[in-house]
Design a protein around this ligand. Structure first.
Ligand code: NAP
Length: 340
């Protein structure tokens, strides 16, 4: 495991961090910032892991992702030292799953305790929360969003800090099922080389594999995930609709076309996507394309746009691999563009 190499330990509080007077004021007004520990701890610069050890981790948000990641990391032996959640019940649940973690009601209080801050809060909350948190030199902050890039955390940065992202491609419904699902899952990471190496180790610690994304490409990565999951379901729905035309119920359509789908996925894995393409577009079979469009128009007009979009992509693939001549590809495109 790679050592965490924090860049220093200057207690350079950024603007917005509560000072002692503000803390006293909050305490007088009965606002609980640190339900467990002594208030003086907040004045200390953040704690450090021993060289060669994983960083001390704090998680903001004891929701589905924060709780499952905290649990998985703690079980893997990573030091999850603190959690921040505004909800007392969720704080207690987190502490029951991650023994020894300190619980805070407010995210800023957690910053004094840890080296690596994981923001596991809703996407829409991340930018605003980041603008209210100010890291110490040597700290890193990552969020778990699939849709946002690491750059949304920049407002929390100070000299010598790092920002990144750690997005598990897992459906976090139930904590234990999610912890189990992390094994074998993919986690998209962002960050500079040092932080990315650490996040890759962290992914490995929970049984997952890290994929490194290029900066600024998070939305594209997430869109591909949505095509792979939701987009694929939309395709299945169109297949089932056409199946009904032929007298198949949904189970029947899945049984018949599911086999073809699995074979195609197997071919793509073995041969590459382009060589896995089969069917009329690879042969330049304009007559078959016409018959398909007519049948769809008659029986399943709602599925026509999907068929057309896929066919355009298939024609480009077939042309690109040299299966059909450019004039044939052109004729097929004309048929596709015909009366809708
Ligand atoms: N769910 C999934 O399957 C999944 C998968 C991969 C990635 N993600 C990403 O992980 C992140 C968290 O998702 P989640 O499903 O864990 O959400 P969640 O279950 O709704 O939990 C969100 C947590 O953030 C806290 N929070 C909400 N609003 C806040 C605010 N204004 N200030 C501070 N904290 C606030 C919540 O409240 P308390 O402070 O009251 O505890 C809760 O602890 C999101 O970016 C999401 O896109 C989700």
């Amino acid at each position: 495991m790679k050592a965490w190499q924090g860049a220093g330990d200057g207690p350079d509080r950024g603007p917005g961090r509560p000072d002692a007077a503000a803390l006293e004021d909050l305490r007088r007004r009965g606002i609980e910032l640190d339900p467990e520990g002594a208030a003086e701890d907040h004045a200390h610069p953040h704690h450090h892991a021993e060289p060669g050890e994983p960083p001390i981790i704090g998680i903001v948000g004891a929701g589905a992702v924060g709780t499952a990641l905290g649990t998985a990391l703690a079980r893997a032996g990573w030091p999850v030292a603190a959690v921040a959640s505004r909800d007392a019940e969720r704080r207690e649940r987190f502490r029951s799953l991650v023994p020894g973690a300190r619980a805070f009601a407010e995210a800023n209080a957690l910053l004094d305790e840890v080296e690596l801050i994981l923001l596991a809060v809703p996407d829409d909350v991340i930018p605003d929360l980041a603008s209210r948190l100010h890291m110490y030199s040597g700290q890193a902050m990552v969020h778990t969003s699939g849709a946002l890039g690491a750059e949304v955390l920049e407002p929390a940065m100070a000299a010598g800090t790092q920002v990144g992202a750690f997005h598990p491609l897992v459906a976090f419904a139930d904590t234990e099922r999610a912890v189990a699902a992390l094994h074998g899952a993919t986690i998209a990471i962002e960050g500079d080389a040092e932080l990315a190496a650490l996040l890759a180790d962290m992914a490995e610690a929970v049984g997952a594999t890290a994929v490194r994304l290029l900066p600024g490409t998070k939305a594209a990565y997430h869109a591909a995930a949505v095509l792979a999951a939701g987009g694929f379901v939309a395709l299945l729905d169109a297949i089932a609709e056409l199946g009904r035309v032929t007298g198949l119920d949904e189970a029947g359509a899945l049984a018949i076309y599911g086999g073809l789908i699995e074979q195609t996925l197997g071919n793509a894995r073995a041969l590459g996507i382009s060589r896995a393409l089969t069917g009329p577009m690879t042969r330049g079979d304009v007559g078959t394309l016409r018959r398909h469009l007519a049948a769809l128009g008659r029986h399943a007009p709602d599925a026509l746009p999907l068929y057309r979009a896929a066919a355009e992509r298939e024609i480009a693939l077939a042309e690109g691999r040299g299966s059909i001549a450019p004039e044939v590809a052109g004729s097929m495109r004309l048929v596709l563009a015909g009366p809708k």
